[in-house]
Structures are given as C-alpha cells and as structure tokens.
Design a protein around this ligand. Structure first.
Ligand SMILES: Cc1cc2nc3c(=O)[nH]c(=O)nc-3n(C[C@H](O)[C@H](O)[C@H](O)COP(=O)(O)OP(=O)(O)OC[C@H]3O[C@@H](n4cnc5c(N)ncnc54)[C@H](O)[C@@H]3O)c2cc1C
Length: 387
C-alpha cells in the first residue's frame, strides 16, 4: 500500500462510494462530504450494463453491444469492461453483497419489475429474483402492500412470458397496521418476531414442485441472507425478491453495507452542502473548508443536485460554476470524466450525456466514469498505487 493520498469526494451516491472504495483499496485516504444520501435507496441496486438498444428492444449480450456501438474506442474494449465488472463483483463480495452476474459468457439476466414484466440487467445482488430463462413461478402476496399486488403481477407475468404464475397469500401478523410499506415489513422481518411469523406462515403452505418462489423485496435489511436460507429450506426451490418502487429496501441494504465497509477502512463522512469546489478544497455552506490533495465530484445528475438546468436550457455544474452543455446536446460529457472548463474530475451522473432511463446503462455509467477518473488521477498521485 502507498502512503495514502488525501482525496475529498463530494457525493455519497454509488459513484462516490465506488470511487472511495478504489482509493482505499489502493492506499488512499478519503473524506466524503454530501448533503443527502444519494440515489441508491431509490433503486434496487441492480447495475445495468446496456439493457436496451436504440430501438428500445432488450439486449441479451451487452459486451457485443459495446464492442459494436461504444462511442469511444476504449469503450469497445471487451476485456477492459470485463476487468471492471470483475473488480466490482470482487469488491461487493468483500463488502458483503453477493451478486448474480453472468461474467462468462457475459449475458444480461432477467429480473422482474413490480408490475410483473421481465427486464434485462447485468449485475444484481443475489437476493434479487434473477434468471436466464423465465419459467413457472409462485408469487407471494404480503397483506396490504400497495406496491406489489401478487394477483396483478401474476396476470402480467403469464401474459409476458407464457409461463404459469400462481399466487400465495399470507395473513397479517399481529403487529401489522394498515399502510405498512416495504420498509415497515423489512424492519419487522429483521426481528426474531417477524422471522418466526414468516417462517411459520410459509411452513403451513403447499409449494408447487416446479416453480421458483418470488417475494416482494421486503425480506429484512441486515438479516436478509439468513432469512433467505431458512425460507429455501422450507420451500425447497429457487427463491428471490422483486425490487419495488422507492424507497427501495435493496438499495438501502447496498448503501448501508457499503458505507459500513468504507467506514471501517477509515472513510471520514461529513454531512454538509458544498457551495464551491476547486482543485484541492471545497467550501461548505456553513463556512467550513475541507482540503485534500484532490477533489472529485460525484454529485449526481439533475436529481442528485450535481447538474442544474437554467431557464435557457443550458446545463451547469453549480459547484464549479461551469457550463457543461445544453439540455439539447445528446452527447454532453460522452468523452468525459473531467468538467473541461474547470478541470475538475467528475464521476457518475454528473458527467451527463448518458441516458440510463432510456438506454439501461446506469451501472455502466458509474463503472466507466469512476475507473476512467481513477486511472487518470493515480498517475498524478504517486502516493496512491495503481491496481
Ligand atoms: C429512481 C432511480 C432508478 C434507477 N434505476 C437504475 C437501474 O435500474 N439500474 C442502474 O444501473 N441504475 C439505476 N439508477 C442509477 C442511475 O442511473 C445513476 O447511474 C445513478 O443514480 C448515479 O449515481 P451518482 O452516484 O452519480 O449520483 P447520486 O446517487 O445522485 O448521488 C449524488 C450525491 O451528491 C450529493 N450532492 C450533490 N450536490 C451536492 C452539494 N452541492 N453538496 C453536497 N453534496 C452534494 C448528493 O447528496 C448525493 O449524495 C437509478 C437511479 C434512480 C434515481
């Protein structure tokens, strides 16, 4: 390990967490400052590589897509992508987030949406219901869970896949109240009382032999793996969860575990709103200054606060007060990991120019920009060793 460069990262979303992880793995020291939690608790934590083509049709082989259609020569390099995904899988395993991923041969897998459709993704936490070939399923209905109606999901699933979808309904436990949402269920199922209730209720049911068992994503926050193991013993078939609408239990699990891992590796986490950033320091709204050898912005897109759209349509980075492009530019930032006008390294959605909502490449956006910046910075920070 090197002597440890000091880096200030602004932003606590997945891009900031991944950048911080690479730094601490290579001997760096990180101060992370953020005014909010980032987007992870808003989504399930399944990382898309490239899920849809320009025609909006699902993509089976994302490596082939990038080889053919990557905007930059480096983005066509299959081996480079593969190394980066391997790196993420190894990191998450260390963090305590086991994953489903088809690294070899490198194909997308199918996960279920809360509406019962199947959609492709590349890497997902192992608790997700994820499959190479959809087949018959049993869908478990939790009382009063507005985000996930098993009967409606089963109708859509059968229509979309042509496979059978049965439903099993659970009766409410005694602490249950009208209006419980996914997080209420998840905290309850982290408790001994909740686990006993669920395992008892599942034991009392008959389970069809040939169908995977699908739960809404409510099976605890910190104890999910042990609960899944116990459920698997009862139902004796593949099981998994469907990520629900925000706030997402899956994303919350990911961010809690990842931040904990970083904290016991020395991360300093500061809560605060940054009003100005430049080369080696940031200024917070309360007047405090944080210094480092470098500052990296992981401040997210328009939703995260990292990009601001002015009434004339121009897109600005408010921390560097630089124009990043216009809302009409389809290619803002494709090349980039540096806010060229200010010289600041930026990662994640702040880079702009990607359209994860339409193209299904949100995970690729994070992975690509973080590794590009990391590689370019280690060359200028001899105290951080290159991996
Ligand atoms: C609803 C939703 C669903 C998604 N679904 C998927 C999916 O299915 N698959 C997939 O791969 N990706 C998905 N994504 C991920 C998305 O496409 C992006 O890749 C991801 O959100 C980018 O994260 P980020 O770390 O760049 O920014 P963010 O997560 O937005 O983090 C920004 C951070 O910067 C901080 N910040 C911003 N400005 C300041 C400031 N001035 N001072 C201090 N802190 C500041 C914020 O507090 C926050 O901590 C989803 C995202 C959302 C929101």
């Amino acid at each position: 390990m090197g002597r440890g460069a000091d880096v200030v990262i602004v932003g606590r979303g997945p891009a900031g967490l991944l950048f911080a992880s690479l730094l601490v793995q290579h001997g760096g020291r990180v101060t992370m400052v953020a005014d909010g939690q980032g987007t992870l608790p808003l989504w399930g934590g399944h990382w898309d590589f490239r899920s849809y083509g320009t025609d909006q049709q699902p993509i089976t082989n994302p490596y082939a897509w990038w080889r053919q259609s990557g905007k930059l020569e480096r983005q066509k390099d299959t081996q480079l992508w593969r190394r980066r995904w391997f790196n993420l899988e190894a990191l998450w395993t260390d963090v305590g987030i086991p994953v489903n991923v088809n690294l070899d041969p490198g194909l997308n897998r199918w996960i279920m949406t809360p509406m019962g459709h199947m959609r492709p993704t590349y890497l997902s936490p192992a608790w997700h219901f994820s499959t190479d070939y959809p087949g018959p399923v049993v869908i478990v209905e939790f009382p009063g869970l507005a985000d996930f109606s098993a009967s409606a999901v089963s109708v859509v699933y059968q229509w979309a896949t042509g496979h059978r979808a049965e439903t099993i309904r659970l009766e409410p436990p005694s602490p249950w109240r009208e209006g419980w949402h996914a997080l209420n269920w998840a905290w309850y199922l982290d408790s001994d009382l909740g686990r006993q209730w669920l395992l008892g209720a599942l034991t009392a049911k008959e389970w069809p032999k040939d169908a995977a068992v699908v739960f809404p994503q409510v099976l605890g926050i910190d104890q999910v793996e042990s609960l899944l193991r116990e459920i698997a013993r009862i139902v004796d078939r593949p099981i998994g969860e469907v990520p629900l609408l925000p706030p997402s239990v899956g994303g919350l699990r990911v961010s809690r575990r990842w931040e904990r891992w970083l904290k016991y590796r020395g991360l300093t986490l500061v809560t605060g709103h940054v009003v100005h950033a430049e080369g080696n320091h940031v200024l917070l709204a309360n007047g405090r200054k944080l210094h480092g050898d470098r500052v990296v912005l992981a401040t997210g897109g328009i939703l995260g606060g990292g990009l601001v759209v002015a009434p004339d349509g121009s897109v600005r980075n408010p921390l560097t007060d630089t124009r990043v492009g216009s809302i009409a530019d389809s290619g803002i930032g494709w090349v980039g990991h540096v806010d060229w006008n200010s010289g600041m390294p930026v990662v994640g959605r702040t880079v702009g120019g990607w359209n994860p909502d339409r193209e299904g490449n949100g995970g690729a956006l994070i992975l690509w920009t973080v590794h590009e910046v990391f590689q370019s910075l280690v060359g200028h920070m001899p105290s951080v060793e290159e991996g």
